[in-house]
Design a protein around this ligand. Structure first.
Ligand SMILES: Nc1nc2c(c(=O)[nH]1)N[C@H]1C(S)=C(S)[C@@H](COP(=O)(O)O)O[C@H]1N2
Ligand SMILES: [Mo]
Length: 468
């Protein structure tokens, strides 16, 4: 089964063809293929209105994958609603977002390696899963089974999960930073879920945290290049963070009411709301709490800020190294994420290597919107303090206030916003800006370079061509 279906669309199909005209029409933007095939958005047509129309993939791919699914050997869930960045990175199609909670099929996956499977590795089988908590920072080492965990007091939190690399494409598209390396997520490395978890405050009470405890290493050690080979996945968390937010940080076993899916770290992952996704270690098997720091790939050379304005931290005597060395500590690790916003429109992709083969636009192509009164939908989030307001502006005009739709649960969560736009034919640029309750505002100025392209939180520019 080819991953991109190049066949024809039959408008208004029945049960076997779930992509009806009306469902397509609800999309805010159309690509060449959709317009050309359906003839709805651009009026009756025979020929594509412009020479640039192509055999696009957005509509055809949706139709094909609704019925067949899209799978990769290295991942578990149906990937048909995600962009195919690489086997290990599947980005959300944020231009299709419209719910407060992101359904699991629409939730991005960011793995260093393939998702481990219980048949090959019993450590991710709920029947065999164990969590070993130890180290000189606690009074009583503890080993937990999945049933032990499920028997503990748990709570839920609604929180976004975002990779620090989300928006990296804007370092290229808006700042021309060709030195930035990494996945071209666009704006699809974010989603919001309801996570059910056992709070770390409860766990720390059981093991008896010592006053001398400084760092907690959250270690998976399961996912690796070759299944069963040594795994370098895990990340330390300062104990101070656990003390301040021990009720909010925890060991998650459900996502949106379902058993935590394998691709998202099932059976049990860490959840650190508000911090970069890298802190939320999937397939957790070990927590080591100690009076010293730990260094691992995810806090020494990956998910760290490396660039002229950043200073690398120094290891201290007695620190513990796993799969890294003192001279591989290249910059401070990403922690709290900044206020951001997006519109439900695909962005222009400028880097050939950052182009998922199933992206609905060609390299350099802009989305097209039909002229007339449009209700523009966006998302805004500000993990640390919560969203205070969202503004937008068209073609560099005055900033205007967007309408924030409830619920606004503030810290850790996103909101949807919208505004009405009378779209006049021609090229336009729409910008969106989140201000948070801590008075942080998405900057219009350039974001400082870092070679990994983390945390692009500048005002995003959405280019569109409005068709008369
Ligand atoms: N064990 C393990 N945990 C991990 C990762 C990983 O590769 N292995 N990736 C991290 C990163 S960088 C991110 S952004 C989030 C992504 O979570 P998701 O795939 O559930 O969206 O998981 C984090 N936890
Ligand atoms: Mo990430």
């Amino acid at each position: 089964m080819p991953e991109v279906f190049k066949g024809k669309i039959v408008p208004g199909g029945g049960a076997r063809n779930p992509l009806s005209v009306s469902s397509l029409d609800r999309r805010m933007f159309v690509t060449g293929a959709a317009a050309a095939s359906l003839g709805t958005s651009f009026g009756a047509r025979a020929d594509p209105p412009l020479g640039s129309f192509r055999s696009g993939v957005a509509a055809t791919e949706r139709e094909a994958t609704r019925s067949t699914g899209r799978y990769r050997d290295e991942l578990v869930k149906d990937l048909s609603q995600l962009t195919d960045l690489s086997y290990k990175s599947q980005g959300a199609k944020w231009w299709n977002f419209n719910t407060f909670i992101t359904p699991i099929e629409q939730f991005f996956i960011r793995n260093t390696y393939a998702t481990p499977r219980p048949l090959l590795d019993p450590r991710v089988d709920p029947k065999h899963w164990q969590l070993n908590i130890h180290g000189n920072g606690i009074e009583r080492p503890l080993t937990l089974t999945y049933d032990d965990l499920l028997g503990m007091p748990s709570r839920s939190i609604v929180a976004t999960m975002e990779c620090a690399g989300n928006g990296r494409s804007l370092f290229w598209a808006q700042q021309g930073e060709s030195q930035v390396k990494g996945n071209g997520w666009g704006l699809g490395a974010v989603g919001q879920a309801e996570w059910q978890f056992v709070p770390m405050s409860h766990i720390l009470g059981l093991v008896g945290l010592k006053k001398t405890a400084k760092w907690a290493l959250m270690w998976s050690g399961v996912d690796s290049k070759i299944p069963g080979q040594p795994s370098d996945t895990g990340r330390p968390l300062p104990v101070s963070e656990l003390l301040q937010r021990g009720d909010d940080i925890g060991l998650a076993f459900k996502m949106n009411g379902l058993d935590l899916p394998l691709d998202h770290g099932g059976p049990v992952r860490v959840i650190v709301p508000g911090w970069t996704g890298a802190a939320s270690i999937k397939w957790l098997t070990e927590i080591k709490i100690a009076d010293h720091n730990f260094w691992a790939p995810l806090n020494s050379f990956d998910h760290i800020f490396q660039g002229p304005t950043y200073k690398a931290p120094k290891a201290e005597p007695g620190d513990e190294f796993r799969f890294t060395t003192a001279d591989q500590i290249l910059g401070p690790m990403v922690t709290w994420l900044k206020p951001k916003s997006l519109l439900t429109l695909p962005i222009v992709v400028t880097e050939p290597h950052a182009m998922p083969h199933n992206y609905p636009l060609k390299l350099g192509e802009k989305p097209r919107v039909k002229a007339g009164k449009r209700s523009m939908l966006g998302y805004a989030w500000a993990p640390q303090h919560g969203v205070a307001r969202v503004d937008y502006r068209i073609d560099g005009g005055d900033w205007q206030v967007a309408r924030v739709q409830g619920p606004n649960m503030r810290r850790y969560t996103w909101v949807r916003f919208h505004f009405e736009w009378d779209a006049k034919p021609g090229p336009h640029v729409i910008e969106t800006r989140t201000t948070d309750l801590g008075a942080q505002k998405q900057p219009e100025t350039e974001i400082a370079f870092n070679s990994g392209g983390y945390e692009f939180w500048g005002v995003p520019k959405f280019h569109v061509d409005v068709m008369g």
